[in-house]
Unconditional design. Structure first.
Length: 613
């Protein structure tokens, strides 16, 4: 059970202790294995040393005797000393060391008595001089600007020279990334994902709590935007605490609930305290049940299990310890309203709740057993597996998403593992998966996006929920060439299948397992259903998975197709008939799919079992 501060602290220690107990952790550059990243090994070692501080510092802020911080004090001395063999190195432009400097700054700001004050005057002076070099080089023009602000605040609090002017410039630039409703793009790239709650809002609220007097106008905006963002962000979480897997950096795991911790730390009751507490602790409880630690207890790279396929080039072995960010709530005493509140759940409305977020270009729905995001997509090509992370149609807490096992063999659907997506081929051998989204947003009160990989092809897609478990997609395809099409639904765990798990028909197909249903229907009855056994370790939630898809052909020119997709967790016997919105009915009418309702009637309940015929 995880219900109070003491239990939360025990959970944090269970993640930190196995790492700190490694023999190599007696220096500033602990080596815990062999792994490559886009930054050098020294920076990777520093990352392994620093990131536990995101959980340890708040713990020691309230109870300095809780954990012995001597190894970290000694490491800070070694790592910032150019004469030490463990020196972390000089800082350069857009350097990973800037990222980890923020972790040191965080520890100095949250728990100076544990991590700053025990340093000798000489060691503290060296550390201050090393941290100050962050002002000599440009960081990445995105959420990294927060790192420089945090480091300067740590210098200020240490009584050292710092640059208020650089902080103002960085905060002004970060303001430019706000796009409305509390949502940010991450720099010039129109990337809208988990970096909103676990970076932009998290750091902004930290600054508001720690230095609101220095930057009153900026911090007032951070606080106001947190209130805006919270209203929709709660829809990213299912009642069991799981959160929607979407986009990059999923290996940071529990950082999903960091926003709620930052709200509590900044004393911002963006939702009732009981609701904030439930969202945060339920997420931590869900993650505590997942096999995310290796046999030494080290947090692995992966999502719901160790998985290198879904990682980013900037993930090193110490990277997953950003998962400790939500333990910021440990800096709050037991008397704080967050800890005193009773956890409360939202009141569900007739089985489902739907929310349209114009700024983010998504439609969110929370229903019994899951939360789902429909999106027109984003162009995230700088990230590994970007088409899977940003080009999918639907992202669910219950089904996750899948990444390719071998992108060099796209004609093999088990390798591409393109669930909840649309793929096209001009020759049947080379396939393109929906990914390079040229434009997206909300149109006709639905999620919308245009995919145009080249001048010879443009595909517009509209998506909307259609009741519990259902969503409808309509695609407008303009192609200079005939195309083969493959469109897919949600992945389910393969180990739970039985002999009757796959039920195909002329219109579509349905997968039934003891814990889930996943179906797909062609609203024009022109494509054939098939079951794809995805390559191992492609799905973020399940090491072995399957998903349904439709395959067919269209000619050159203009074509409209429509698809109904069903995904529901749990062992309920029936499937609720879809309830199509008026806006989607009009779109189906434009597409010439006005008879789609009769096709959807193929999903019925008979003798207590869900069938498709």
């Amino acid at each position: 059970m995880l219900a109070n501060r003491q239990q939360c602290a025990a959970l944090a220690r269970s993640y930190i202790k196995p790492l700190v107990n490694q023999p190599s952790f007696n220096s500033a550059r602990p080596a815990i294995g062999v792994w490559g990243s886009v930054y050098d090994q020294v920076a990777a070692d520093m990352e392994t040393f620093v990131r536990p501080l995101w959980g340890l510092a708040p713990m020691l802020a309230v109870d300095p005797a809780n954990v012995d911080a001597a190894v970290f004090v000694a490491g800070i001395d070694q790592g910032t000393n150019p004469e030490s063999e463990c020196y972390w190195g000089d800082v350069g432009p857009i350097d990973q060391r800037m990222v980890e400097m923020a972790g040191l700054a965080y520890a100095w700001l949250i728990a100076p008595a544990a991590f700053r004050d025990p340093l000798s005057d000489e060691a503290r002076g060296r550390a201050v001089r090393w941290l100050a070099t962050i002002n000599e080089y440009p960081p990445a023009d995105n959420n990294w600007l927060f790192f420089r602000v945090l480091v300067n605040l740590a210098l200020r609090n240490a009584g050292a020279p710092w640059s208020r002017q650089i902080c103002i410039e960085d905060l002004d630039r970060l303001d430019e990334f706000h796009i409305g409703e509390g949502y940010y793009r991450d720099g010039e790239k129109h990337q809208i994902d988990w970096y909103n709650p676990m970076a932009f809002h998290y750091y902004g609220l930290l600054i508001a709590a720690l230095a609101g007097d220095e930057f009153p106008e900026h911090t007032a905006r951070f606080r106001a935007r947190a209130h805006q963002f919270a209203q929709s962000h709660q829809y990213w979480f299912a009642d069991d605490g799981s959160a929607i897997a979407h986009g990059r950096s999923m290996t940071y795991r529990m950082a999903q609930s960091a926003f709620w911790a930052a709200c509590a730390y900044a004393n911002e009751e963006v939702l009732p305290w009981g609701r904030i507490k439930q969202l945060l602790l339920a997420n931590l409880r869900w993650w505590a049940e997942q096999p995310i630690q290796d046999r030494d207890g080290i947090l692995s790279i992966g999502y719901a299990y160790p998985n290198a396929l879904m990682s980013e080039g900037y993930n090193a072995l110490g990277s997953p310890y950003w998962a400790l960010k939500p333990f910021l709530v440990l800096a709050l005493p037991d008397e704080h309203p967050f800890w005193q509140a009773q956890e409360t759940r939202p009141v569900e409305h007739a089985g489902t709740e739907r929310l349209l977020v114009e700024s983010a270009g998504v439609v969110l729905q929370r229903s019994v057993g899951q939360a789902v995001m429909l999106t027109g997509g984003q162009d995230g090509q700088q990230h590994r597996g970007a088409d899977a992370k940003y080009g999918g149609f639907a992202y669910s807490t219950a089904f996750g998403f899948s990444v390719p096992s071998d992108a060099s063999q796209p004609e093999r659907p088990e390798m591409s593992a393109a669930d909840n997506s649309l793929s096209v081929s001009r020759d049947g051998l080379c396939w393109m998966r929906r990914g390079r989204i040229t434009e997206s947003g909300i149109r006709d009160s639905m999620a919308w996006g245009r995919w145009s990989p080249d001048d010879a092809l443009s595909i517009e897609s509209w998506l909307d929920f259609a009741g519990d478990g259902w969503h409808i997609r309509v695609h407008h395809i303009q192609s200079a060439h005939p195309l083969r099409l493959a469109e897919s639904g949600f992945s389910v765990e393969r180990s739970l299948l039985d002999s009757n798990h796959w039920q195909p028909s002329e219109a579509g197909g349905l997968i039934i397992t003891p814990t889930a249903r996943s179906g797909i229907v062609d609203l024009g009855a022109r494509r054939a259903p098939e079951l794809i056994h995805a390559a191992p370790n492609t799905n973020l939630l399940h090491p072995r998975s399957v998903f349904p898809r439709l395959v067919g052909h269209i000619g050159a020119g203009e074509t409209w197709i429509g698809t109904a997709v069903y995904g529901s967790p749990g062992a309920e016997p029936g499937i609720v008939h879809p309830a199509i919105s008026a806006t989607m009915v009009r779109k189906l009418d434009i597409a010439g799919l006005v008879d789609s309702e009769s096709i959807l009637q193929a999903f019925v309940v008979e003798d207590g079992a869900a069938l498709i015929r």
